[in-house]
Design a protein around this ligand. Sequence first.
Ligand code: ADP
Ligand code: ZN
Length: 754
Amino acid sequence: MSERFADIVLPLAQPAYTFAVDESLELGEGDAVAVQFGPRNIYTGIVLAVHDRRPQSGKIKTVSRKLFAGPLITPGQLALWRWMADYYMCTEGEIMRAALPSLMKPHAADSEQFDRRMYRPRTERFTALGEGFAAESAELSAELDRLERRAPKQYAAITELAGLATAAGAPADGFIPRRLLSADSAAINALVRKGLMRECVREVGGREPYDTEFVLPQLTQQQQQAFDSIREQWKSRGTVLLHGVTGSGKTEIYMRLIAETAARGGDVLMLVPEIALTSQLTERLQRVFGSRVTVWHSKITQQSRTETYMRLRDSQGGEIVVGARSALFLPLKSLQLVIVDEEHDRGYKQEEPAPRYNARDCAVMLARTAGARTLLGSATPSLESYMNARSGKYGLAQLAERYGQARLPEVVISDTLRAAKRGERRGHFNMELEKRMHQVLAEGGQVMLFQNRRGFAPYVECTSCGHTARCPECNVTLTLHKRTGRLECHYCGYGRPYPAVCPECGAAESVPMGFGTEKVEQQAAQLFPQARILRLDRDAATSEGACRRIVDDFAAGKADILVGTQMISKGFDFGRVALVGILNADNLLRNPDFRASERAFQTIMQVSGRAGRRDGSGQVVIQTAETDHPMIAMAAHGDYEAMARHELAERETFLYPPYSHIIRLTLRHRERPVLYRRTEQLAEVLRKKFGRRLLGPVTPPVDRIRSEYIAQMMLKIENGASLSRARTILREALASPVGKELRNVTIVCDVDPQ
Ligand code: ADP
Ligand code: ZN
C-alpha cells in the first residue's frame, strides 16, 4: 500500500499540518483525530484532505487515532471553513476554534487526560419485557400468577413495565427508560436474571418523534403576494431580500417557508442577531414547530451543545435551528433554507477574536454551496444587501404595511435646544415628550425610552479644576454608575469607587456630564412617581435569565416604562407600547464612521418600530438638537428609499462600501514609538503596492486600550478590482521579515469591518 498523508487542522491560530496516516487507519475528509503536537500537547484535529504527497520537511508525525465514528464535519462545512479562512484572512484553525463545541476539542498534556476531558455521550438504561413474554401473553400471565404470591415487588415491577409498554405511543421495540419504573433495582435485577426482563444501555440526546402538521395563520393578501414572489424569484436567484416594515408579518412568512421546508425533510437554519433577546421569537416558533426547533447560542452548557451537535450530525433532516451567528457551523446535512432575520444588524459581525466574519455573508455562501435558498429579512436593509437587490444579484420582495389595524407610528421631532431656551425641558425630557408620556400612561399604555449609553453619565467633571476621571489603561473617560457607586471603563472593564472629592484639587463638587440609561431611569422616576419602571441594558441584563425576566415582565404589563439601550430595539413585539421616546438622537449622528447615518436611521426605525404594534395609535418622539439633519427627517418619515438614495450617492462619490470592500488593519503595541515605526514601515510597503487605495495610517479616536497604543490603516478595494488579489498582496506584505523589535507588534486584519 502506498504511503498516505493527511492535512490536519488543529484548534490553533495556525494553518493545517501534514501528518502521515497509520496503515491501519481508515481516514477521510471531515474526520476527527487525536494528534500529539509537541511533547506535552494533545489536540483534536480535523482532516481537511487525505493524499499521497510526502511533504518537503524531513520529520513527519503519524496520526493513528480516530475520534468518533463517521466524519464530524460535513463537506459543506469544510467548504465554508476554506472560504472563510481565505476571505477573512485567518487560519482554518481559528475557524475550527469557533466552529466546534469545546468539549470536542479539549487540550490535554497526555492521552489519559485527553480522554477524560473529551466529550462522552450520556447513557441511560432501558428495560423491556423478556423474550417470549409479550404483554398480555399466556406465558407472562402464568409467570405473573406465580410472582404475585411469592415476590410481590417483582410482580409490581413487571406489571408496571407491561403497562408502560402497551400504553398508547409506547416505543415499538418495547424498551422503556428504566428511570420511569418505580421498582427498586433489586427487583428489576432479579427479573432480568430470570429472563422476564431485558435491559440495554443507550445514548441519550435523542429526541421524541415530532409532528409534521403545522398550524399557521392565514396570510394576508399582501403577505401571500410577498410569499409567492419569494418562491418565484428563488427559481432564478439563490438569495432574496425581504424588505418589510416592522410588524408587517415577516416572521409569519418565515414560518410558512420553514414549514414547507421541514415538511419535505429539509433542514432550516434561521439566524438572529442576539438570541438571548429573542425569547419571544423562539417561543413563537416552538408553539408551531415544537421539539423540532433547536435553539443555539453561547449561553447553552457545553454538554448540551455537544449533544445537540451530534444529534444534528446524525439527523435524517427536517431540523429547524434558530441561533446566533455561530449556528452557522452546525452540521446540517440537508440544508435547504437559510433565513437571516434583521440582516442589517451589526451583531452578525464577529469583531474579536478571529475569525472576524459576518455571519450574514457566510450564510449566503453556505447556502450557495449547499444548493439551499436564502432569505434576508429586515425593515431597514443594509445598503450592501439593498444594492445587491437593486442590481438584480438578489431578488427583492416587499411588505409596505403593518399587519391588521396597526399603522406605522406618528413621529414628532422635538428640538432640545429650543426647549431648553424656553424652559420647556426638565432634566433630559422635553415638555413635548413628558406631556405625551402623561397622556399615554393615563390611558394605560406603555412607554419605551431609548438612550444608547448605559450607566448614569459618560464622564464626571470637577467644577473647580475641570478634572475628568480617565481609565489608566485606555484613552477614554470613566462612566459613572450610580447604582454601584463606581466609575467604570466601558472598554476594558476597569473600575474604581466614585471618589467623594476630586483627586486633583480636593474640591467636593464634581458633576456628572451627559447621560446614560441609569440617569434616564432616575429622572423618569422623578417625573412619573406612580409609574413602574424597568431598565434593559447590559448592566441590568447580566444573564440570559435576567434579560428574559425584564422582557417578560414588560410584555406582561408588570411595568409602564422600559428604559434601555439598543437592546430594546431588537424585534420585540410588545402589544401595549403606545409611545417611544428617543432621548438624544444626536449621539447616533455624531459617530465618525462612514456608516453613522445609515446606522442612525436603522436604530431610529427599529426603536420606533416598537410603538403601536397592535392598534393604530403609536407615537414616537425624537429629541435632537439637529432638527434639520436630513437623516432625522428621513427617519421621521420612515423613508428608507430616500435614505438609501442619499447614502448611496455619498458612498459612490467616496468609493465606500457597497461600492468597495474595506480591509482594516489595526496595529497594537505597548510602546508608541515601536508601534509607529512598524506602522510607517508597513504603510510604506503597502503604499507601493496599493497607491491611493491605502488610507492612513491614522490614530483612531480611542488610541489606547488595555495599555496598548493603536494605529489603523484601511485598504479600499473598489468594486471591479480583485479583492482576492488584494488579500494575496497584503498577506505577502505582512509575511515579509521585519526587525526583531518590530516583530511583537500585533497586526489584525478585518475584512469588511462593520
Ligand atoms: P415582523 O416580523 O415583520 O415584525 P410579525 O410577523 O412579528 O412582523 O407580525 C407582527 C404581528 O402581527 C405579530 O403579532 C403577528 O402575530 C401578527 N400577524 C402578522 N401577520 C399575521 C397573519 N397573517 N395572521 C395573524 N396574525 C398576524
Ligand atoms: Zn479601560
